[in-house]
Design a protein around this ligand. Structure first.
Ligand SMILES: Cc1ncc(COP(=O)(O)O)c(C=O)c1O
Length: 467
């Protein structure tokens, strides 16, 4: 197939040339009423522009090109991010009361989907990675231990890579899951660019044993926000169920600009060369050298397009402010460091490099040499379950208690430090002393949370004990 073609984008451009008068949605009338934005490609399901929910023409061709590129059974465009991809993947493959293994450091959309599917989740605690001070991947031992306790597990849900770009030995884990006849479900939100250059990059889960994979194209590829892909790699997936959830969970008026950007991102990926990659890496090297000259510490991870940066004596949040004052906006900060995500630059695209070098030269920092203190506090149980199952959550009463009284009680909310959006406490899980200490410490470091509606009063919502 010819990957220089972008059928959806071309169809939209052709329609634009007609300079037609719009009597159809959207209300801005091809951008006429919103001249501050280029909305002229924000059209709808007119003749010639196909329909995401029953694709037969240009959208079908665009999705077929995506499928061809990744050697899948079928690949679908998503207009509500990996969030809707994870919901679809889980609801479309699992049934009520199924036992399912879940890597604990997963995105909240995975947990929401588990609750909606009313399954029996078994959480697998990942290893702690000292190098990056983050939760990494699940070990083979943990997965084997889980199979000893729950051999009936229907599926394993992996997050590959982590937000911080750690890959681990996914291929080995997928093989263990398959040998137990479990489905391998992968949230590859942060790895849509994996395999872009075969020799230099980690491989995609699609090539390493996954049955179904979700990728946020908008995170690493040049697609619009919310643009994502769902890939069905194996015939073990019931495509009819997946199709049902895709049309049930996504808008019946999907955004054409988002879909067109997915088409564009696929073509961009397909035409990305080793020369482009080497150029992008030379820019990253230059940036890292400049940062090191200023006294920052750079931490390299498995994903070559990511870089962690620390400043001794500063929290990641303080470092983030310092960078923003120099007009450098990074992806995320945590208590120890910040995360830089580098663009997939094509050779000759000099503007980014010029700008970043200029901005970095204005950075006033010279780091002090102090040793940072780290606290890991990952749960000590490698394999754990909820003490209150999902089906009892809605009929149980809730109350807010002070943090110091919360240990030993059952959480009635998820506590998710954001970024990176990985739940520290699950709803229905017993709150431990570790949890309480960790939350207290994160608050003191200025972390932000999703969930935790009373955290500003230093309270957690728990299920009330019945007398
Ligand atoms: C691991 C992971 N999965 C899924 C998502 C959701 O992706 P999206 O923003 O595309 O909905 C995120 C968002 O950051 C994520 O980090």
């Amino acid at each position: 197939m010819n990957h220089s073609r972008m059928p959806l984008l071309d169809a939209l451009k052709k329609h634009k040339q007609k300079e037609s008068v719009s009597f159809h949605v959207p209300g801005h009338k091809n951008g006429l009423l919103a001249s501050w934005m280029d909305l002229s490609l924000d059209i709808t399901e007119l003749n010639g522009l196909d329909d995401l929910h029953a694709p037969e023409e240009c959208i079908k061709e665009s999705e077929d090109l995506l499928s061809d590129l990744h050697h899948t059974v079928e690949s679908k465009f998503l207009v509500n991010g990996s969030t809707v991809g994870n919901l679809t993947m889980i609801l479309g493959t699992l049934s009520k009361d199924d036992t399912v293994f879940v890597q604990r450091n997963c995105h909240k959309s995975v947990l929401n989907a588990l609750k909606m599917a009313q399954v029996f989740p078994v959480f697998l605690t990942p290893d702690f990675d000292e190098h990056t001070q983050t939760a990494a991947q699940v070990s083979k031992q943990t997965l084997m231990e889980a199979y000893k306790k729950y051999p009936e597990s229907k599926a394993v849900i992996f997050t590959y890579p982590t937000y911080y770009g750690i890959t681990g030995s996914f291929q080995e884990l997928a093989a263990v899951a398959k040998s137990h006849d479990s489905l391998v479900l992968v949230d590859e939100a942060h790895g849509a660019h994996f395999g872009v250059i075969e020799k230099e990059m980690p491989m995609s889960a699609l090539e390493l044993g996954a049955d179904i994979v979700v990728q946020s194209a908008h995170k690493m590829l040049p697609a619009m926000t919310m643009g994502a892909y769902l890939h069905i790699r194996s015939p073990r997936i019931d495509r009819t169920r997946i199709h049902f959830y895709l049309q049930a969970l996504q808008s019946s008026s999907p955004s054409y600009p988002i879909m067109a950007s997915l088409d564009y991102a696929r073509s961009y990926f397909a035409s990305y060369t080793e020369k482009d990659h080497l150029y992008a890496m030379s820019v990253k090297k230059r940036v890292a050298q400049l940062l090191q000259l200023k006294g920052f510490t750079c931490i390299f991870v498995d994903d070559p397009y990511k870089l962690l940066v620390r400043a001794d004596g500063l929290t990641g949040y303080e470092l983030q402010h310092l960078l923003e004052a120099a007009d450098i906006y990074i992806e995320l900060a945590d208590p120890y460091q910040v995360l830089f995500i580098f663009p997939l630059l094509k050779a000759g695209e000099k503007l980014f490099e010029k700008k970043v070098v200029q901005q970095l030269s204005t950075l006033p920092f010279k780091a002090r040499k102090t040793s940072p203190s780290f606290a890991k506090n990952l749960p000590s149980d490698h394999v754990s379950t909820l003490v209150l199952p999902y089906n009892e959550h809605s009929c149980s009463k809730r109350e807010a208690v002070f943090l110091k009284e919360a240990a030993g009680q059952i959480a009635a909310e998820m506590i998710i430090p954001y970024p990176p959006g990985i739940p520290l406490v699950m709803e229905g899980e017993r709150i431990s002393n570790d949890h309480v200490e960790r939350i207290d410490w994160l608050i003191s470091q200025g972390a932000r949370f999703h969930g935790g509606e009373k955290l500003n009063e230093k309270k957690l919502v728990v299920f009330r004990k019945e007398n």
